[in-house]
Design a protein around this ligand. Sequence first.
Ligand code: HPA
Length: 309
Amino acid sequence: MTFKIRENLWLNFSHTKSFNRFFLKGYPMETISIAQIKEAAEYIRRQTPLRPTIALTLGSGMGPLAAEITDATVIPYTDIPHFARSTVPGHAGQLVIGKLQGHTVLAMQGRYHFYEGHSMQSVTLPVRVMKLLGIEIFIVTNAAGGLNQSFSVGDLMLITDHINFTGMAGHHPLRGPNLDEFGPRFPDMSTPYDLELQAMARKAARRAGFTLREGVYVSLAGPSFETPAEIRFLQIIGGDAVGMSTAPEVVVARHSGIRVLGISGISNVAITDTTSDQKTTHEEVLEASQMMASKLIKLVKGVLTELSG
Ligand code: HPA
């Protein structure tokens, strides 16, 4: 690699390693080590004798589901080694470990987002920790904008697949040294969302008496909401809902073989026209998500009942 500093002055690096050593000194790519993941998992294990096998991540406004958990041990993220701080309103920032519908569960009440300034490795550290804690099933929820024109505010959407836009653009949570203990360098992503869990969710929604939408979730970096042109683009490429989370967590979960169920709450419908009077706000997202929380509780409880049967 050769760089021109100024006329007649060139800097030559014979290989990438020396370039990285020279330019990135003190600014290494953020990576998470096995030791850090173990330290976080051991801290959590010391707080409770319960050993959860099902984890839930509760997105914007979906926190009320955590109140359904009994015999709960609550651990603020700030107490857990290597966990970052959650800075977004609507995200409490704590782990709740306890009992739900006869299962021992771990709920993340609030999550980290890339737009808060965390690296993708940091955003997905909790999923690595879940694996070490013995989690086998990961139920991931979020608030999302509806791209599919047949969706309405208040709908729940079963995520059948995703487009990890941020990952495709280079901010991939598995970038960097592969953690071989968790999974392979090039993990398969042909069935990111577990088919059996999807069938259970359809059944649970039917039993609870509400329509469960289905579709593809597009994961963007945020924090700005999309322009109408971006929305039309995401519709063309096959997106049904758009948000600022989830896909990176799912990719990391699948890397280590955790089965995933994904649910989006449609908190607003995407605006496709620049002359529209409509605006998208986080307050609107939170308000709608809180309305959807009761449906989400029924859906998750229904799936947990199915898992017992
Ligand atoms: N766009 C991106 N993220 C979101 C939206 C949206 O419209 N609604 C909730 N999260």
